[in-house]
Design a protein around this ligand. Structure first.
Ligand SMILES: C[S@@+](CC[C@H](N)C(=O)[O-])C[C@H]1O[C@@H](n2cnc3c(N)ncnc32)[C@H](O)[C@@H]1O
Length: 401
């Protein structure tokens, strides 16, 4: 059944990865777009994508759409096209976000106000009461997507963005969003039987996401979702879906899990990483944590995947990590360490520094454009096999749209 038309935004560059995941989650009519994927499915599909998706940022369910000429048309759409009380009680707080693309409308703030008025008047005309707005912790979140001629109203089924898995209490320096980190793991082709190493692991996002993938720990198992507050939500059926998910979690032995190592120079972030891994539900010892300068990194297996997002120059300057930013000997030395010690490994570095391969004196075999929030990055892949340095790089892989 395809009762609902959904759209899931995701980090730009991960659209194809999310589309492939959605097939596995039973979604239909999957259409990757720039910055997200459209799909359809029943209510359970909406729950399942929220609970399991490692790459989506949220799940939006389409409520109504219509052409507009002025904000009056948008007011009317919000006022008449949706049976709001079928979704929420008038007492549930409300938040509205407007995303506009090529819209001729002058003020997004005013448009937001008109949508709010349309919804509030809808309730007032029927109940005499109107919902109140809470811009921070609203029970219901409405997203309006406004293009040049059309307005689409969505109900947000997720609430807090899905990259917030619920296990991160303390962050390190410039942590990766969990869904981007999970996408990196997927793009490297890592599988649980391959050794994995992040030598600039910070609060552990990459290695924790990889271990959760391997052990089948659903991304959203310990968090709540907006759809749990829908008027018609079937809490018992969703609990059954969660118990099923819990029962399908694997032990490291069942997953045939190879050793995973995260190291960082900063002791405080390693302490955070340890706590994060525990809260994420990973058994002790699945990830080995080491305090180490990346220049002293050594492989813990004959071959494997080294995946990391090294400190970005611009952030280093801002945060005063002079140890790397001011030291132009660091990157050639790190490149040498990779070449000399990690022979047989594949190294993958996510960075906004397009010149990083040159600084490492390594030739990338793959480069994939990705966005870390608004920052344009590349995931550079290096084959650290002897004699491989002569391999010419592939053409840049295109971001699907
Ligand atoms: C961009 S952050 C990585 C963030 C990480 N991916 C996360 O999600 O938390 C870079 C990390 O490199 C670490 N770092 C800086 N210089 C280092 C060095 N010489 N050796 C190892 N780690 C270093 C910093 O402590 C910081 O945690």
């Amino acid at each position: 059944m395809n009762d609902h038309q959904f759209f899931s935004p995701c980090p730009r560059g991960l659209e194809a990865t999310l589309a492939a995941e959605l097939i596995g989650l039973g979604a239909n009519n999957i259409k990757p777009n720039s910055g997200g994927v459209a799909f359809s499915g029943d209510t359970e599909t909406g729950w399942r994508v929220n609970l399991y998706s490692r790459y989506a940022s949220r799940v939006l369910g389409e409520l109504a759409k219509g052409a507009y000429h002025s904000t009056d048309d948008i007011y009317r759409l919000a006022n008449t096209a949706v049976d709001w009380s079928a979704w929420h009680s008038v007492h549930d707080t409300l938040r509205i976000d407007v995303v506009a693309n090529n819209s001729p409308l002058k003020s997004l703030q005013f448009t937001t106000l008109r949508i709010k008025d349309g919804i509030c008047d809808h309730y007032r005309e029927r109940t005499g009461e109107r919902p109140s707005v809470d811009t921070r912790f609203a029970v219901r979140n409405i997203v309006a997507y406004i293009s040049a001629e059309m307005c689409i109203l969505y109900m947000d089924w997720s609430g807090e963005s899905l990259f917030k898995r619920g296990w991160r209490m303390v962050t390190g320096d410039a942590p990766l969003k969990e869904n981007l980190a999970s996408g990196l793991v997927a793009l490297t082709g890592w599988k649980s039987e391959m050794a994995l190493y992040d030598p600039f692991c910070g609060s552990g996002t990459v290695v924790i996401e990889a271990a959760c993938q391997a052990l089948n720990i659903p991304a959203g198992l310990i968090r709540r979702f907006s759809f749990e507050r829908f008027e018609k939500h079937d809490a018992a059926a969703f609990q059954r879906m969660k118990s099923h998910a819990r029962n399908a979690i694997l032990t490291p032995q069942q997953a045939n899990l190879a050793p995973i190592v995260g190291s960082d120079i900063t002791p405080a972030v390693l302490a955070a990483a340890r706590e994060n891994a525990e809260r994420a539900g990973l058994p002790e010892g699945v990830i080995e944590w080491k305090q180490l300068d990346a220049l002293n990194a050594h492989p813990h297996a004959a071959n494997g995947i080294l995946l990391t997002n090294p400190p970005y120059g611009e952030r280093l300057d801002m945060r005063g990590r002079k140890v790397l930013a001011q030291d132009d000997r660091f990157w050639p030395a790190f490149g040498d360490a990779l070449k000399q010690r990690f022979n047989g490994w594949n190294a993958w570095l996510l960075t906004s520094d397009m010149g990083l391969p040159g600084k490492l004196r390594l030739k990338e075999s793959k480069r994939t454009p990705l966005f870390n929030g608004a920052i344009e990055c590349r995931l550079f892949g290096f084959d650290l096999y002897q004699g491989s340095k002569k391999i010419r790089p592939d053409r840049e892989s295109q971001s699907p749209s």
